[in-house]
Design a protein around this ligand. Sequence first.
Ligand code: HGY
Ligand code: MN
Ligand code: MN
Ligand code: MN
Length: 396
Amino acid sequence: MTAAFEQLWQEIAPIGRDPKGGYLRYALSTPELVLRDWFRNQAARRDMDVSEDGNGNLFAWWGQSWGHDAVITGSHFDSVPHGGGYDGPLGIVSAFLAVDALRERGVTPDKPIGIAAFVEEEGGRFGVPCLGSRLITGAITPKKAAKLRDADGVTFGEALGVRPAGALPDLMGRMSAVVELHIEQGRALADLDAPVGVASAIWPHGRWRMDFTGSGDHAGTTRMADRHDPMLTFAYTVLAANKEARLSGAHATIARVLVEPNATNAIPSLVRGWLDARAEDTATLDRLVEAVLKRAHDRAERDGTTVVVEPESNSPQVTFDTTLASRLSGILGDAPILPTGAGHDAGVLSAHVPTAMLFVRNPTGVSHSPAEHAPDSDCAAGVTALATVLDHLSRK
Ligand code: HGY
Ligand code: MN
Ligand code: MN
Ligand code: MN
């Protein structure tokens, strides 16, 4: 299986790679469209029909397209800017190889198996993570999705080429189970010395847009006492978020920043940053966000600046079906069951259909970085585990 994985992986590894070795695969951008063509080609090679759901999600079918009791697997192609190559595509490549492995074993599933490529999972282009799966479940309306704009002002509807279809009720009603394979974004499996694990939960998390406004002015002639510098309030908020997260054992990041004017010799009038906050439970998350926003507002008062906060996306706590998780752990030789702080399409779908996730060991735990890597042997172990799980789930 390792050789089969290496060979297929090499087909996509160069697509969307940037000069520094990271990946720039924004949803519906040229590299991701090339990956979608690769997906259609893989399906054709396996006599699998391909369907699009009108929301930008692609599905390759073993058995009847959208037949009853469909078992959905797969993941996403899009990446964070200059991210790793495994986050997302590993779940799709592994799904095609798992189908091959089952066919080699002479398995004919009782239920249709659909391999999904969900659109805009990272929210890196249009700002809403898991956009494709949220459209499938109705968590976002097609009207709102169609209007989402990227940094160049292109809307999701324009990028898609059609108006998103939104939640097609029969799609959800047709699914009997979902299993998404994903590289682990952490070191738990490395520490447990296990190549594959089963997900127990996804931490609640969200994104808040924070606009810090002050008085733009000349950097050279404005006395310090006369300044209302939003960068100062912003910097203080970054430190406060870091401190509040450490105190509560949660995770807070402010990493995407827009400054206007963005000049060396001008005090900015606007600094926009996005808070990404996550915690093991909702109460801790709510306390963290409340504390950070209070510190930001208090500091703005002192600096004579203002802060406007806009919650942009909310991903509630996900607890995967525990019976299913322990059953899968059992058939995978007591694979560890572990939570994650990373969001996934499986998390969105789990509110509506029995859902599981398989994690593949990531020796360094690093993700959303060019350094993200999983050894071919562990990826092959992931394929074998996914084949076993699909075989199990697709039996009547
Ligand atoms: O950001 C996340 O949690 C995921 O990688 N999309
Ligand atoms: Mn990711
Ligand atoms: Mn992912
Ligand atoms: Mn001048």
